[in-house]
Design a protein around this ligand. Structure first.
Ligand code: ATP
Ligand code: MG
Length: 247
């Protein structure tokens, strides 16, 4: 496993690079410091962002895997590099929400901060060129993006992940408002939770102050994203990135 070597670049996204390895069933995922919002319209380089996302994501994927939701993570190769089972990504983004925020508030004219009576699962079609539009099961079924059993699994797994993450963040005094997941089909046919679970794809509000601890700081110009992410890292791990006092 530790002999995995990095091969050709397969895909460069906004936040990560995906490389082949000598094992056709594994990919090497590298987390970059690039920050983007509004589908790439707003961009910046934020020092340490890749490392914070990679390390928090490895931690949370581990917790979720231990709770019985299989994930793609095979090995943490470096603070910014994950070795993962290669999947065929299902083009359905699974968004789980506990509190109204972001596009849900905009689309339905609801107040940000409204606590939902139970968690809500929404699907969005994963398409940068279309700006990830909201979709229903019918779109996935009739356009051939996923089968009915897969959609049922996505919903079920999304809610299970929410149980784990909500408890994890609550312990740290953080409200898990919402988050996005991606799933894929592994070479053996198994559905795996893929991509990342990080403050880039989550909304995290400090329970005491209401402060945003996630990428909304960048989207909405609420402060320094690097400082926010380093502080969140310290809250999760009890120490700073270099292992020293929280920074
Ligand atoms: N295990 C995996 N195997 C193959 N591809 C993966 C795996 N996990 C994640 N991916 C894909 O790798 C890419 C990660 O790059 P990144 O997150 O930077 O993309 P992005 O800019 O968000 O763009 P998009 O997600 O719209 O393609 C995503 O396309 C994601 O779906
Ligand atoms: Mg992404």
């Amino acid at each position: 496993m530790s002999t995995t070597t990095r091969g050709a670049l397969l895909y460069e996204g906004k936040a990560k690079q995906v490389y082949a390895t000598q094992d056709p069933d594994l990919v090497w995922i590298h987390f970059k410091d690039d920050a983007t919002a509004f589908n790439g319209v707003k961009r910046a380089s934020v020092q340490d962002k890749g490392e914070v996302n990679a390390r928090i994501s490895a931690h949370l994927l581990g917790a979720v895997g231990a709770a019985g939701v299989p994930t793609h993570l095979v090995e943490v190769r470096s603070p910014r590099d994950h070795i993962c089972t290669r999947v065929e990504v299902i083009p359905v983004e699974v968004v789980v929400r506990n509190v109204v925020a972001g596009s849900l508030a905009r689309r339905f004219g609801r107040e940000e901060g409204e606590v939902l009576p139970r968690p809500m699962v929404e699907f969005f079609y994963k398409s940068d060129s279309l700006n990830d539009p909201p979709m229903s099961d019918e779109h996935a079924l009739l356009f051939g993006w996923a089968e009915a059993w897969e959609l049922a699994y996505l919903r079920h797994a999304g809610l299970r992940v929410n149980d784990v993450l909500k408890a994890f963040w609550a312990e740290l005094g953080v409200t898990l408002v919402d988050f996005k997941l991606e799933f894929g089909r592994a070479p053996n046919g198994q559905l795996l939770l893929a991509d990342e679970i990080s403050p880039d794809g989550s909304r995290l509000w400090d329970r005491a102050t209401g402060q945003h601890l996630d990428k909304d700081v960048f989207r909405r110009d609420l402060g320094d994203l690097g400082d926010t992410y380093r502080a969140l890292f310290a809250r999760v791990f009890g120490h700073g990135l270099d292992g020293g006092a929280a920074g």
